[in-house]
Write a new protein. Structure first.
Length: 256
């Protein structure tokens, strides 16, 4: 496995790999079994697997959230190597956002609802960094988790609207045994906060917004509603202490 820090380096490393499919798994590190499921899917399908490792500052509104984001590159590189990754792209912030950077991609409607209401500018940051990663790596297939269902919807729209020649695969949410969706942010939960956080998967399991809201009583709920994605999902965001958690479950469409 090779780690590239610059755009020119990863492009050069990819030159001999263009005969087979190139798969890209974008991550912000702090790898867990959710990330590993994406890497396994890429490994099974592509002759070259690229993982990006970049904590993208432009998708964070709150500087405290950005500064407190868990980072352990050594551990992540070991996990990526174990997962069979061929190339890691781990650029510095200045490599992705050089001085005078001023070009942004905004998926206007899908990026403004739900998470977009509570995290203004979040999806502009996500869409911009992903488009830049797609342009740098030129993958045939990109892998994302349904855990971030709105991110998947935004990126599918971006790929269609800009006629990008790549396929997006979304993979099911990986959960801990107690039902909590794996997230790099779970590490911040105390034991009692984690206990309270379990209301989130329990609420979503009802697949009913009113019942879910009742089960979330006592937590700080940003939203719990049916999101009009494909497939539709019951999505929720809650705050437990200083940690904000999001989760969703797919909803079967009514037979018509
Ligand atoms: P992140 O490092 O949080 O930006 O996540 C990188 C990718 O892993 C995104 O496509 C996420 O949707 C995905 N991901 C995060 N948590 C999970 C999970 N519990 N199950 C499946 N995929 C996940």
């Amino acid at each position: 496995m090779r780690t590239c820090r610059t755009i020119s380096d990863i492009r050069r490393a990819l030159e001999p790999c263009r005969d087979g499919a190139v798969g890209l798994v974008p991550t912000m590190g702090a790898l867990h079994a959710g990330h590993l499921s994406l890497l396994a899917a890429a490994r099974a399908e592509c002759s070259t697997v690229v993982m990006s490792l970049f904590v993208n500052p432009t998708q964070f509104g709150d500087p405290g959230d950005l500064n407190g984001y868990p980072r352990d590159e050594e551990r992540d590189l070991a996990a990526a190597a174990d997962a069979g990754v061929d190339l890691v792209f781990a650029p510095a912030v200045e490599e992705m956002y050089p001085p005078r950077f001023q070009t942004w991609v905004d998926v206007t409607e899908l990026g403004a609802m739900l998470e977009g209401v509570y995290r203004p500018g979040h999806f502009r940051g996500v869409a911009t960094v992903c488009l830049k990663l797609f342009t740098i790596v030129r993958p045939d297939v990109v892998y994302f988790g349904q855990k971030d269902a709105q991110q998947v919807a935004v990126l599918r729209r971006l790929i269609a609207d800009l006629a990008l020649e790549l396929e997006l695969r979304d993979l099911p949410t990986v959960r801990d045994e107690d039902g909590l969706a794996l997230s790099s942010r779970n590490a911040r939960l105390s034991t009692s906060e984690r206990e309270r956080a379990l209301a989130l998967p329990r609420a979503l399991a009802t697949r009913d917004p009113a019942q879910a809201r009742a089960l979330l009583d006592g937590l700080e709920v940003d939203y719990v509603e049916i999101a009009p994605f494909d497939p539709p999902v019951l999505a929720a965001a809650v705050r437990v202490g200083s940690t904000r958690l999001i989760d969703n479950v797919p909803i079967e469409r009514e037979a018509s």
